[in-house]
Design a protein around this ligand. Structure first.
Ligand SMILES: [Zn+2]
Length: 133
């Protein structure tokens, strides 16, 4: 029996909500990532001047929460890579659908909620299932 960490459950919940809101339009992985809260993570093995120096090359949307000289606690926007496995997990559970992939039409993967999940009440049931897992 596996139990999902609370933050994972919350993130998946937010992804479902974003897709439900967009429905009947589908969203690409990157579009969903942009709607998710920023992620806090530790970065090791990178010199301090990368992050904190006057010429630090970090992106403007990356925030340094704490400098420990040899490692840093940062906050950055979520990207498609962060959420891809969660989208795949939701798809495996049958909660969302990956649209047929057509690289020539668009280089991104698109997702949508299943039509029967667009009804609000079903989301509550999903939450109950996760809570019980
Ligand atoms: Zn630093």
């Amino acid at each position: 029996m596996t139990s999902l960490a609370t933050h994972t459950t919350m993130l998946r919940d937010q992804m479902l909500a974003a897709l439900r809101e967009a429905y009947p339009a589908a969203l690409s992985t990157n579009q969903i990532a942009e709607l998710m809260p920023a992620i806090v993570c530790r970065r090791y093995c990178e010199p301090c001047h990368w992050w904190c120096g006057p010429n630090a090359g970090r992106r403007a949307d990356v925030e340094i929460l704490k400098c420990h000289r040899d490692w840093h606690l940062i906050r950055r926007p979520r990207n498609g890579e962060d959420i891809h496995k969660h989208l795949c997990a939701l798809a495996r559970q049958g909660l969302i659908t990956r649209l047929p992939y057509n690289r020539s039409a668009h280089p991104c993967v698109f997702w949508t909620v299943k039509p029967d999940l667009a009804a609000a009440g079903v989301i509550d049931e999903v939450e109950a299932i996760w809570a019980a897992a």
